[in-house]
Design a binder for this molecule. Structure first.
Ligand code: FES
Length: 154
């Protein structure tokens, strides 16, 4: 299937949904790993929206990536309960150790670092998701171990 056919298939799967844009964008990200700028005109046309509308939604929600993610996606919780037990130390460590800022992917394609505001694991902070798996009571050493283990699997 071509890219256009794959995008159209996602759109068709959600066309009848109420507020179809968000599920379609999530579907496209699930299909490709990110929402490429080039698909925005097609989505806009199919939903009778302006390109600016679609672009606005993609850029507003931090869930949507506009470029491929690294092999390991790290979502660090920066909400209050995790901040109180050291999440900012983890953020600083991750940024330094992997040479990225929050929202970026390391140049070697290993790590994509993102932030999230509460993962529902507040009692076990600092919390993070590493490739979709939730972890608590993290410190820099444990975080590095998780990232290295995921990187080796991929
Ligand atoms: S504040 Fe971090 S998991 Fe809730």
């Amino acid at each position: 299937m071509t890219v256009v056919e794959r995008v159209l298939a996602v759109i068709e799967a959600h066309r009848g949904d109420r507020g179809a844009l968000l599920p379609i964008l999530h579907g496209i990200q699930a299909e490709f790993g990110y929402v490429d700028q080039s698909v925005i005109p097609l989505v806009a046309k199919e939903l009778n929206l302006s390109r600016a509308d679609v672009h606005g939604v993609v850029t507003f929600y931090s869930d949507f990536r506009s470029e491929p993610a690294g092999r390991v996606t790290v979502q660090l919780c920066r909400a209050e309960a995790c901040q109180a037990v050291g999440s900012e130390r983890l953020v600083t460590h991750a940024e330094t150790a992997y040479g990225v800022k929050v929202g970026q992917t390391s140049t070697d394609g290993t790590v994509t670092l993102t932030q999230v505001f509460c993962l529902g694991n507040c009692a076990l902070g600092p919390a993070a998701q590493v490739n979709g798996r939730l972890h608590g009571r993290l410190d820099p050493t444990r975080l590095d171990g998780l990232i290295n283990a995921e990187a080796e699997m991929r």
